[in-house]
Design a protein around this ligand. Structure first.
Ligand SMILES: Cc1ncc(COP(=O)(O)O)c(C=O)c1O
Length: 443
C-alpha cells in the first residue's frame, strides 16, 4: 500500500490560496491580510504560525458556547454516523426534539419554527411569512440595523451595508431612539411618537411587519429605553402589523437571558435566530412564530422551502449546544460575568479620555471612542474609519486580542463560557491599546 504524505500548507500558502480563489466578505479584496487559523479552544484561537488570540467577539458574535466544545462535536459526529442528511419533507428525531425544545425556550406562546441555514434567510422567511399572513407588502425597519446580506434582508438592513444592494423597494426605515453620541437619545415616548407618525404617513394597512433587533448588534449594542419595546408591541397590535424580532445575534444567552425580548416581557409574532442556536458549529437558523401566524398555513400553502430545512446535522448540533448552555448555566454566566464586564467598561471610561460611552447588557458590549469628551466628536465618522481607530485596532491584534472594530466602536462580546480571569486578560490588552486613542483626544 502506498501512503501519500500530504505536507500541511504554511500560513502564507493558506492565505495566498484563499485570497486567490475565494471572495472575502464586505471588502475590496486587494490589501486584505486574513489570519490563517489552525485551531481554537474555549475563548482562545491559534494561528497556523503559532500566534494565540483571546476571542473578544466570539468570532461574529456567534461562538456562544466557546471553541472546541467536545459535547457539541461529539453530537455532530454521532449524527453524521446515524443520518447525515434527509429531505425536509421527512421527519427525523433531531428535528422533532429540537422543535419541542425551542417551543419550551422561546418567548410566550411561540411553539412552531421553520428551520433555515443562517440569519439572513431566517429574516427572508419571516418577512415572506408576514406578507403571506397579512396580505400586505410593506416592511418597516430601523436605520441602525443589520438583518443580513440577501434580498429583502439587506433591504431591511438600515445601515450603510444596504446602500450598494438597494435594487428594489418595499422597505421603509424609521429612526432609532439612539441618534449618535453628539445627540440626546430619545425617551421611549418620543421614539414611539416618531414610529406612530411614520406608520400613519405610510398607511398602516400597507405595512405587513416591523422588523427590529431588540438590542441592535453591529450598530453599537443599542439598548432600547425601558417601555420602548412594549410600546412597539402595542402600536403593532393596534395597526394589524406583525412584530418580527431579529434575535440572530442576541438569542441564546448573549444578553444574559435566553432571548433579549425576555428582558422586557415582549412576545413578538415572529422571532428569528441563527448564530448561537448551534454556537455556529454547523450552519442553522430558524423562524419562530406564534400560533395565530402558524395557523395561517394550516389551510394555506407555505410557499417556501430549502433543501437544507431541518438539516439533521444542524438540528443535532443545536440540541447539543442548548444542552451545554443548560448544563453549564451559560445564560446565567452571561448575566453574572456581564456585571464584571460592565465594571471593566466603567474603569476604562474613568481611565481613558478617549472612551466617550460604554454600553453593555450581559456579555454584549461596546465602547465608543471620541476625540473630545465635551463635544463627543467620534474618533471615526459614521461609516468611516480614521488613522487612530486603525492604530487601536492594530495594537489589539498585535497584543493578541481579536475583536470587532467598526467606525469608532470597539466590541466586547466574548464567548459565554468566559471566566473573570479571562475577562481580565482581555481588558488588560484593551486598557493598553486605548492609550493610543487618548493621545488623539483634544486636551
Ligand atoms: C441581527 C442580525 N441579523 C441577521 C444577521 C445575518 O445573519 P447571517 O450572517 O447568518 O446571514 C446578522 C449577522 O450578523 C445579525 O447580526
Amino acid at each position: 500500500m502506498v501512503t501519500e504524505v500530504v505536507k500541511p500548507l504554511s500560513a502564507a500558502e493558506i492565505t495566498e490560496l484563499c485570497l486567490r480563489h475565494t471572495l472575502f466578505d464586505w471588502s475590496a479584496q486587494s490589501g486584505l491580510k486574513p489570519l490563517a487559523i489552525a485551531s481554537a479552544k474555549g475563548v482562545h484561537f491559534q494561528t497556523v504560525d503559532g500566534r494565540r488570540f483571546i476571542d473578544f467577539n466570539s468570532q461574529l458574535m456567534c461562538m456562544n458556547a466557546g471553541h472546541g466544545e467536545p459535547r457539541i462535536i461529539e453530537a455532530i459526529k454521532r449524527q453524521a454516523d446515524q443520518l447525515a442528511y434527509i429531505s425536509p419533507f421527512m421527519a427525523h428525531e433531531p428535528r422533532a426534539l429540537l422543535g419541542r425544545k425551542l417551543a419550551e425556550l422561546l418567548p410566550g406562546d411561540i411553539e412552531k419554527v421553520f428551520f433555515t441555514l443562517s440569519g439572513t434567510d431566517a429574516n427572508e422567511n419571516a418577512i415572506k411569512i408576514a406578507r403571506a399572513v397579512t396580505g400586505r407588502s410593506k416592511i418597516l425597519a430601523r436605520y441602525r440595523s443589520y438583518h443580513g446580506s440577501t434580498g429583502t434582508a439587506v433591504l431591511a438592513t438600515g445601515d450603510p451595508r444596504r446602500w450598494a444592494n438597494e435594487h428594489a423597494g418595499g422597505v421603509v426605515h424609521v429612526v432609532d431612539p439612539y441618534h449618535g453620541m453628539q445627540h440626546a437619545t430619545d425617551t421611549a415616548a418620543v421614539a414611539l411618537e416618531h414610529l406612530e407618525e411614520t406608520i400613519l404617513l405610510e398607511g398602516p394597512e400597507t405595512i405587513a411587519a416591523f422588523i427590529l433587533e431588540p438590542v441592535s448588534g453591529t450598530n453599537g449594542i443599542l439598548i432600547p429605553p425601558d417601555g420602548y419595546l412594549e410600546g412597539v408591541r402595542k402600536l403593532c397590535d393596534r395597526n394589524g402589523i406583525l412584530l418580527i424580532c431579529d434575535e440572530v445575534m442576541t438569542g441564546f444567552g448573549r444578553t444574559g437571558r435566553w432571548f433579549a425580548v425576555d428582558h422586557w416581557g415582549v412576545v413578538p409574532d415572529l422571532i428569528t435566530m441563527a448564530k448561537g442556536l448551534t454556537s455556529s458549529y454547523v450552519p442553522l437558523g430558524a423562524v419562530g412564530m406564534r400560533p395565530q401566524v402558524a395557523s395561517h398555513f394550516d389551510d394555506n400553502v407555505f410557499y417556501g422551502g430549502l433543501t437544507y430545512n431541518s438539516h439533521p446535522l444542524g438540528c443535532a448540533a443545536a440540541l447539543a449546544t442548548i444542552r451545554v448552555y443548560e448544563e453549564d448555566d451559560m445564560v446565567g454566566n452571561s448575566r453574572r460575568l456581564g456585571a464584571v464586564l460592565a465594571n471593566h467598561h466603567r474603569r476604562l471610561q474613568e481611565r481613558h479620555p478617549c472612551v466617550g460611552a460604554v454600553r453593555s447588557i450581559g456579555l454584549f458590549g461596546a465602547l465608543e471612542l471620541v476625540r473630545d469628551r465635551r463635544t463627543m466628536e467620534p474618533l471615526a465618522p459614521f461609516n468611516g474609519t480614521s488613522p487612530e481607530m486603525k492604530a487601536v485596532s492594530q495594537a489589539l491584534l498585535d497584543e493578541g486580542l481579536y475583536t470587532f472594530v467598526r467606525w469608532n466602536t470597539i466590541m466586547t462580546n466574548p464567548p459565554l463560557c468566559i471566566t473573570a480571569g479571562e475577562l481580565d486578560e482581555g481588558f488588560e490588552i484593551l486598557d493598553q491599546a486605548l492609550e493610543i486613542g487618548d493621545r488623539a483626544v483634544a486636551s
